[in-house]
Write a protein that binds this ligand. Structure first.
Ligand code: ZN
Length: 154
């Protein structure tokens, strides 16, 4: 029955505020670094933040045509996740703002898939699970390399 409280006294932290602070810290957020380290250790090589692709995916595996996004649970609305709960204050503001993020994510994923990319999303909360990261590495490895990626697209 005992609930492990790793961050004791963190209950009153405003999720919006902590997410905002994470955003201010910039691109090299902890979840993303956890993913990078795990995949690198698994022998996978990738490009970071490819701006030529819709949504500039956090990690890109060009040989396998995989675009990987490491999504913050709050900002990208991880369905059913406690970390995605909206703050009670300014509910309407956050609701609208974050719905916009979700819409944009959807558009980016559709655009990527339309050009032959496989889109994988790993959520911030999942990056704390080593098993989940190992599964992600095998999922990426399973996808066959494309021998000749120089096919011309429109
Ligand atoms: Zn989550």
């Amino acid at each position: 029955m005992k609930k492990k409280a790793r961050n004791s006294g963190d209950n009153d932290v405003d999720p919006a505020r902590s997410a905002q602070m994470a955003l201010v810290r910039g691109r090299d957020t902890k979840p993303e670094i956890r993913v990078r380290k795990a995949l690198h250790a698994a022998g996978l090589r990738y490009r970071l933040h490819d701006k030529k692709l819709p949504g500039s995916p956090d990690l890109v595996f060009p040989g396998r045509r995989i675009a990987l996004f490491v999504h913050g649970c709050f900002w990208h609305r991880h369905p059913g996740c406690v970390a995605a709960r909206l703050p009670k204050s300014r509910l309407e503001f956050w609701g609208t703002k974050l719905a916009g993020n979700v819409e944009r994510d959807k558009r980016n994923h559709v655009a990527l898939e339309a050009t032959g990319w496989q889109v994988i999303v790993i959520w911030e909360c999942e990056t704390r699970d080593p098993q989940r990261l190992a599964d992600l590495a095998s999922k990426i490895r399973e996808r066959e390399r494309i021998k000749r990626p120089n096919r011309r697209g429109g």
